[in-house]
Ligand binder design. Structure first.
Ligand SMILES: NC(=O)c1ccc[n+]([C@@H]2O[C@H](COP(=O)([O-])OP(=O)(O)OC[C@H]3O[C@@H](n4cnc5c(N)ncnc54)[C@H](O)[C@@H]3O)[C@@H](O)[C@H]2O)c1
Ligand SMILES: O=C(O)C(=O)C[C@@H](O)[C@H](O)[C@H](O)COP(=O)(O)O
Ligand SMILES: [Zn+2]
Length: 350
């Protein structure tokens, strides 16, 4: 089957290619390349890309969000400098969203910016993180609090890589595809929950391309989150708080699943359609890691630092209905009441 292509427009247009066997066929025009990948990635992926690109330097970074720290960021920059990667070189991020977020921030800042490419190998990376140019690292105070908008020049989603992905990490990533269904393309909702949504299924690539298209269209219109792009943050105010508070014991995709259900409860409380059956169905399908004992006050300091907050306080992405997101403020009493409802619901979805 021919690879599928999704175009991202704007000032620096690029193509997201989705298909089998792409890692071996990757080409970039730059003569010097820094390849950045997580240490626990199957070595065959790294070797295939090394054979395709002959990188000047290959940098292995800690798995998962362990690589999204200022210390790892500084170390990677030093390794690129020690290898004399020149300004007309490129950074290639290979792996999940954590590695591509770090690699993008390195690309954005090394020598004040070099070309960047992404090779996502997780479902979440393909449908979300590798596309759109949000790059960065975490602080102990919260997720992604340091970073830059630095779009890739091309994205290759090699669907063969998904066959080695542990099934729970595949289900994590489904949260972002489901999010795209809730905020823009409801046809994705049953497709994500279908038994056919799995590595190796002949229909998977079309579903991935449709999920990617939602993000591509939003970031084409609003690359630097001046407005509409914030809708891609549906579920993320609570999600990022869960990740930070649990020191990443709850991974991003699971945190987004939990956060989307809270956002659906808030949306209903403010007069929106009742979409909680959708977010509950997703949680039943995803089977996330159980949460530790939590109170609203444990999470609120992180929610208050969310990047959608402005001088007037915290804002949430809410839904009037399927495909109709908006950015709104929620009274404190409603936040607390629906947090209690969310906790009760979580005991019922198990
Ligand atoms: N920039 C964005 O727009 C954006 C969007 C969504 C999420 N994110 C970020 O992405 C991160 C989560 O990314 P993720 O869910 O991809 O997880 P991840 O990057 O933490 O990777 C999960 C694990 O799977 C391993 N792995 C990756 N591909 C594999 C494969 N094919 N086979 C076997 N193992 C493989 C990785 O090495 C890692 O240990 C978070 O830091 C989140 O904040 C960024
Ligand atoms: O691309 C975006 O814009 C998103 O919000 C996508 C999110 O899924 C992603 O987790 C992003 O990294 C969150 O951004 P942040 O600005 O809330 O840190
Ligand atoms: Zn996300």
């Amino acid at each position: 089957m021919q690879p599928l292509e999704v175009k991202v427009g704007g000032e620096q247009p690029y193509t997201v290619t989705v298909g089998a066997g792409l890692l071996a066929r990757v080409r970039v025009p730059q003569r010097h390349v820094a390849l950045i990948h997580p240490a626990d990635l199957p070595p065959a992926f790294v070797e295939t890309v090394q054979a395709a690109l002959s990188p000047t330097v290959t940098v292995s970074v800690p798995p998962r969000d362990g690589c999204k720290t200022l210390a790892v960021y500084a170390d990677v920059l030093s390794q690129l400098a020690a290898a004399n990667l020149p300004r007309d070189g490129a950074v290639v991020g290979l792996g999940g969203g954590a590695a591509t977020d770090l690699a993008g921030f390195v690309a954005a800042s090394y020598l004040r910016g070099v070309a960047f490419y992404t090779l996502p190998t997780t479902l979440l990376g393909m449908v979300d993180a590798a596309v759109g140019g949000k790059t960065g690292v975490n602080l102990p105070e919260g997720k992604n609090l340091v970073g830059a908008f630095w779009p890739p020049q091309a994205v290759w989603c090699d669907t063969d890589t998904l066959t080695t992905l542990p099934s729970e990490i595949f289900r994590e990533g489904a949260a972002e595809a489901y999010k795209h269904g809730l905020i823009a393309d409801p046809s994705l909702l049953p497709r994500v929950l279908s038994p056919d949504f799995r590595p190796g299924d002949p229909g998977l690539e079309a579903t991935l391309a449709d999920a990617i298209r939602v993000k591509a269209e939003v970031v084409t219109r609003d690359p630097t989150e001046q407005g509409e792009r914030a809708h891609l943050n549906f579920g993320h105010t609570l999600a990022h708080a869960l990740e930070a508070h649990t020191h990443h014991a709850i991974p991003h995709g699971e945190a987004v699943g939990y956060g989307m259900h809270y956002a659906a409860l808030l949306s209903r409380a403010l007069g929106g359609a009742d979409l909680t059956a959708h977010t509950r169905a997703f949680l039943r399908w995803q089977r996330p890691t159980p949460l530790p004992d939590l109170t609203f006050d444990d999470l609120w300091p992180y929610m208050a630092r969310d990047k959608k907050a402005d001088a007037d306080g915290v804002r949430f992405v809410l839904l009037h209905d399927l495909g109709r997101p908006y950015l709104g403020r929620v009274p404190g009493a409603v936040l607390r009441r629906e947090f209690a409802a969310w906790q009760t619901d979580l005991t019922l979805v198990r």
